[in-house]
Design a protein around this ligand. Structure first.
Ligand code: ATP
Ligand code: MG
Length: 449
């Protein structure tokens, strides 16, 4: 296929048949985050490369191998964001958000870019929903943030996700742990994969995250970070667990979780599924008490998570979870001749102003072809306008579900149609068992319309 008609490897289009699903995920995520006090922040898709080198960490796979970095025309090194946190923290500093009341609870929906080997659930352009809670060291904030991710999954009906929790301690307790890890892996250096041999001196904790089965087997018997926590970190971790128990959120402690980015301290967690293949981590997060300082700001303990939306979609597909249906066309107004089309366009415009999804012919097709199209759209009502309807001032509205026809007066059509379609919707709700003691005229006269 010609290059111009083929998308770049590791990228995906969202087609109109699917976009309502992702819209639903995004609006649900923002709404639930809003209930927890998180407000949306939007940052640019590219930043100075140095931000990610400092923020994500020089020794991470992300910075070492996966970033889309290029020189712009002014010879500046620019990187497409590989994750959301660094940009949010940069913005937090640039705009002095640390002077605002704490904590600052921020959330985002973003695209991210990583040069990885594309496979199911692993793309080069992917999307995340993420949250960051800045300015609190309290374990209550850890529990609250985890609860938010958990609530989103529950709301969507996602099940059999395991929340795995760990603490990787602070800078101080980690020093001793790094040494123990280094000694352990050094003794089995020859068996490790090439990448892990390189990681050994730079960042031995990374080896625990290696996907190679041989390294994973060796890592199983490695010293456990939880045995090296200082008293403060241990107490913090215990309190996080206690809060989660209070909130009835099940979890397992998995001492091998270390996360792929360097900035994490203390609590780290992942929501993991076994149903979507090897890329089973749908959401990952944790504390990053040193990051804001690392980027040049005041000491600001903080934490967050990021959820991979493509992986979430895969999982919801694997679990056959329902999405709301896309909005259905309420009225297709077919027309015969220019005068009728003119009237149809006026009516459709008036209905759209009232928030109704209505369509008329913008192709110039025969009435038969228009009706075929209305059927394909799944229009709930159709009506045909021709010279005789215009002359008589009346036309027949057809309910496409029941076949029932109602004669409508054109002069009062918009209001009458609104009344009728609201009554229809109420009937549908009643059929679903919802009590609808609602006055249609009151709705029509309200400020909603
Ligand atoms: P993994 O171990 O799977 O590579 P990660 O530790 O690199 O994940 P994070 O940087 O923590 O992932 O990103 C948070 C979430 O973003 C992941 O849990 C996952 O759901 C999603 N994600 C990360 N990388 C990709 C990718 N290349 N394609 C699709 N989703 C991704
Ligand atoms: Mg990764």
């Amino acid at each position: 296929m010609a290059l111009v008609t083929k998308s770049i490897k590791g990228t995906q289009d969202v087609l109109p048949q699917e976009s309502h699903k992702i819209q639903f995920l995004e609006s649900t995520a923002l709404e639930i985050a809003g209930n927890y006090g998180f407000r949306e922040i939007r940052t640019p898709v590219f930043e100075h490369t140095e931000l990610f080198q400092r923020g994500v960490g020089d020794t991470t796979d992300v910075v070492q191998k996966e970033m889309y970095t290029f020189l712009d025309k002014g010879d500046r090194s620019i990187t497409l964001r590989p994750e959301g946190t660094a940009g949010v923290v940069r913005s937090f500093l640039e705009h002095g958000l640390y002077n605002e009341p704490m904590p600052q609870k921020l959330c985002y929906l973003t695209s991210c870019y990583r040069y990885e080997k594309p496979q199911a659930g692993r793309l080069r352009e992917f999307h995340q929903f993420g949250v960051e809670c800045l300015g609190t060291a309290s374990p209550a904030a850890d529990a609250e943030t985890i609860a938010l991710a958990n609530e989103l999954f529950s709301f969507l009906g996602v099940h059999d996700l395991e929340l795995q929790l760990n603490s990787i301690g602070c800078k101080d307790c980690r020093k001793e742990y790094h040494k123990a890890l280094h000694d352990y892996f050094e003794s089995r250096k020859d068996e490790l994969c090439g990448t892990c041999q390189e990681r050994l001196d730079r960042n031995p904790m990374r080896i625990l995250d290696c996907k190679s089965p041989v390294c994973a087997a060796i890592a199983k018997d490695a010293p456990k970070v939880l045995d090296y926590l200082c008293d403060d970190c241990r107490a913090h971790f215990e309190q996080v667990q206690a809060f989660l128990r209070t909130m009835g959120i099940p979890f397992t402690v998995n001492p091998t979780i270390v996360r792929g980015l360097d900035y994490y301290t203390r609590t780290v967690f992942e929501f993991v599924s076994t149903e979507i293949g090897a890329q089973g981590t749908v959401c990952g997060g944790g504390r990053y008490d040193g990051l804001v300082e690392e980027i040049g700001g005041p000491h600001t303990p903080a934490l967050g998570f990021a959820m991979g939306l493509e992986r979430l979609m895969l999982l919801m597909g694997a679990q056959n979870l329902p999405f709301p249906e896309p909005e259905r066309c309420s009225l297709y107004l077919a027309s015969m001749g220019d005068k009728a089309l003119d009237r149809a366009m006026q009516i459709v415009a008036a209905l759209r102003q009232e928030g109704v999804y209505a369509e008329c012919d913008v192709v110039g097709r025969s009435v038969k072809a228009q009706m075929k199209y209305a059927n394909k759209l799944g229009a709930k009502f159709t009506m045909v306008l021709g010279d005789s309807e215009l002359d008589g001032g009346k036309a027949r509205l057809k309910n496409m579900d029941t076949g029932e026809e109602t004669e409508m007066t054109l002069d009062t059509f918009e209001g009458d149609f609104m009344r009728l379609s609201i009554s229809e919707s109420l009937k549908e709700l009643e059929d679903l068992g919802v009590d609808t003691d609602i006055d249609v005229d009151a709705i029509l006269n309200s400020t909603l319309f």
